[in-house]
Design a protein around this ligand. Structure first.
Ligand SMILES: NC(=O)c1ccc[n+]([C@@H]2O[C@H](COP(=O)([O-])OP(=O)(O)OC[C@H]3O[C@@H](n4cnc5c(N)ncnc54)[C@H](O)[C@@H]3O)[C@@H](O)[C@H]2O)c1
Length: 243
């Protein structure tokens, strides 16, 4: 039987999550809500009735994203945790990407995380504490073919994490990155996770089981909790032993 932790420090915590309607984001919404947190999230897609504060928007619309963060903070009375989870792992041929496509891929995979942090940091400074968790990927380490903008953005997220951790640590703000391996979401099942691709993955990992969205969410819960109070500026891998 698998048994998971309850973190007293997350009860009542105000948590804002990007891309929370499906996949790992939905597991984050459920995971933090299960800890008694007050959760708000944004997504292009409408979530399946999770009961949390929600606004439909495109995170590449910076004004809309920062406006949603301000409105959630006003409704909840602050923001303790920001989770930059949203991404788009669309494959792209390096030789076919024009400037507009490159900018669009960076906007969803990198820029929105920076601008969400920019919106929450003054709130967290006023509170004297806060946590930011940025979703990167082991693809930042492995550099697979066929998605150079995604790999570049996920690598940049690690640098952004370190820079913000150093600058805002004195304000009591911790900033960490999570690098998941292949997490079995519905999108991955629909688009990329063929039996052959999964067999190849399973040969390369130490733990021969699928990584579930809840496994990635568990690491985010720990990083957001006071149990991780002296962890900042780190890039933590959860990949079943792939890297
Ligand atoms: N699933 C994996 O195997 C895996 C592996 C490594 C890293 N990650 C990272 O973990 C995070 C979550 O992964 P996931 O697989 O659940 O992602 P996903 O692509 O399945 O879902 C992301 C969510 O973001 C939403 N979204 C996409 N573009 C948006 C936009 N422009 N505006 C608003 N919402 C938008 C989608 O509707 C979706 O609900 C991502 O940062 C991803 O890069 C995932």
């Amino acid at each position: 039987m698998t048994r998971f932790a309850t973190y007293p420090s997350l009860a009542g915590a105000r948590v804002f999550i990007t891309g929370g309607a499906t996949g790992i984001g939905a597991a984050l919404v459920a995971g933090f809500a299960g800890q008694g947190a007050v959760v708000g999230h944004v997504d292009l897609q409408t979530p399946a009735g999770d009961g949390a504060w929600f606004r439909a928007l495109d995170v590449t619309d910076t004004a809309a994203l920062q406006g949603a963060i301000a409105d959630f903070a006003a409704a909840a009375g602050g923001i303790d945790v920001l989770i930059n989870n949203v991404a788009n792992d669309a494959r792209h041929d390096p030789l076919a990407v024009d400037a507009a496509r490159w900018r669009a891929l960076m906007a969803v995979n990198l820029d929105c995380g920076f601008f969400a942090a920019q919106a929450v940091i003054p709130i967290m400074q006023r509170q004297g504490q806060g946590r930011i968790i940025n979703f990167s990927s082991i693809n930042a380490l492995l550099g697979p073919a066929g998605m150079p903008a995604y790999v570049a953005a996920k690598s940049a997220i690690v640098g952004l994490t370190r820079a913000l951790a150093r600058q805002y640590g004195p304000d009591g703000i911790r900033v960490n990155a999570i690098l998941p391996g292949w997490v079995v979401t519905q999108r991955q099942l629909d688009l990329w996770l063929t039996p052959q691709a999964e067999a190849a993955w399973m040969e390369q990992v130490a733990l021969k089981q699928r990584i579930q969205p809840e496994d990635a969410a568990s690491l985010a819960l720990f990083l957001a909790a006071d149990d991780a109070r002296m962890i900042t500026g780190q890039a933590l891998v959860i990949d079943g032993g792939r890297t």
